[in-house]
Design a protein around this ligand. Structure first.
Ligand SMILES: Cc1cc2nc3c(=O)[nH]c(=O)nc-3n(C[C@H](O)[C@H](O)[C@H](O)COP(=O)(O)O)c2cc1C
Length: 353
């Protein structure tokens, strides 16, 4: 199967593993790349130490000789150091997200790295195209994790009409039908997060995988109350409280979360201290990581590292409602690519002359 995305990434299928903190770890990345797709390694949870990112990249290489990329959320204080490690390790594609990639673009071009940015709005995608981005992952609001407000069905054709670079559709993609639909809407490929999080190779704790399996499409909620950005997660005790009281973390939770997160991620006190200052001095436009975001991120860690299904923040897309089993990555890939032609043929039969 060939599209502009298979050519850009030099892979067999135009199917990308979305970057997911705590989830897109070396084993899952390698499984997707080995199955003919393009794995994106999440650096959000290892990036407090460049050496951990280096180690993770090397772990992927031990499991696959196929292409893969690294996600760098632009809100991370360590983003430049992580980018440098990617360059040193010979990574050819970086996927920037959450924030503005402009400050990395010139450097990436000199380093001969391709930059693919994840965005959730037409305006953002148009700005990126002007900065010389190599491709965009355009994520509709039904997607899991940090997401925009416009659904995939409206967003993809809107971007496809105005942006010339290759487009990867994300948000609600899980099977051959959604791949075919994305291509019809103007995308060149797709990225799947929730679908791959619900596979055997995924490190998502078993109890949370089971919650995802049982979830219906109505069982997620998107809000900026947890992390400061609109983020979609499964409804659980924690999210029900957010929905009821409509406010984020107390100062006490902020302090406790900062202590817990820094301990669990082995962050240095020197890395945490500036976050408080950034929270106080932040202007409304800034996406830089600050203390107000820490409680939400600590709850994401609690979900995916501590398996706390009730009090963690279980990032997850609406499409969990359409996924009712935990197959292997290979089974997911095979079922998507082997059925896509039949889906297209089936649709064309419906159009009577
Ligand atoms: C558990 C989880 C963690 C995520 N972490 C990240 C991340 O670290 N960086 C990022 O850019 N996007 C992150 N996202 C968003 C995904 O990259 C992607 O846009 C989304 O999963 C696509 O929608 P889908 O879940 O419907 O496939 C995350 C999503 C999930 C579900």
């Amino acid at each position: 199967m060939k599209t502009r995305i298979t050519e850009l990434f030099e892979v067999e299928y135009p199917i990308v593993l979305s970057a997911m903190m705590y989830v897109s770890v070396p084993k899952l990345v390698a499984a997707v790349s080995n199955a003919g797709g393009f794995g994106l390694l999440a650096s959000a949870t290892v990036s407090n130490s460049e050496e951990e990112v280096r180690k993770a990249i090397r772990e992927v290489r031990e499991m696959t000789d196929k292409p893969f990329g690294v996600n760098i959320p632009m809100l991370l204080p360590e983003r430049f150091k992580v980018a440098k490690v990617c360059q040193e390790e010979g990574i050819k594609v970086v996927n920037t997200s959450i924030g503005n990639p402009a400050e990395l673009m010139g450097w990436a071009k000199e380093a001969r790295m391709k930059v693919i940015h994840t965005c959730g709005s037409l305006g953002h995608a148009m700005k990126l195209a002007k900065h010389g981005i190599d491709g965009v992952i355009v994520a509709g609001s039904e997607g899991g994790g940090h997401t925009g407000f416009v659904g995939t069905m409206v967003l993809i054709p809107d971007v496809a009409d105005k942006v010339k670079v290759p487009i990867i559709a994300a948000g609600g993609i899980a099977d051959a039908r959604s791949l075919a639909a994305a291509l019809c809407l103007g995308a060149d490929g797709v990225a799947m997060g929730t679908r791959f999080a619900m596979t055997q190779e995924s490190p998502v704790p078993e109890n949370i995988k089971q919650r995802m399996v049982k979830a219906t499409a109505d069982d997620t909620f998107a809000s900026d109350m947890a992390t400061g950005f609109n983020a979609r997660a499964l409804v659980n005790d924690y999210v029900k409280r957010l929905m009821t009281y409509r406010k984020g973390a107390s100062s006490w939770e902020k302090l406790l979360s900062a202590i817990r997160l820094s301990r669990k991620l082995k962050m240095r006190a020197g890395d945490m201290a500036p976050l408080g200052r950034k929270a106080l001095t932040r202007n409304a436009e800034s996406t830089e990581f600050n203390m107000n975001m820490v409680p939400g991120f600590e709850r994401i860690r609690r979900a995916y590292q501590d398996a706390d299904a009730d009090e963690g923040f279980l990032l997850c897309g609406q499409v969990a409602g359409r996924c009712d089993s935990i197959p292997t990555v290979k089974e997911v890939m095979l079922s998507v690519v082997s059925n896509v032609q039949a889906v297209v043929d089936g649709a064309s039969v419906k159009i009577r002359p």
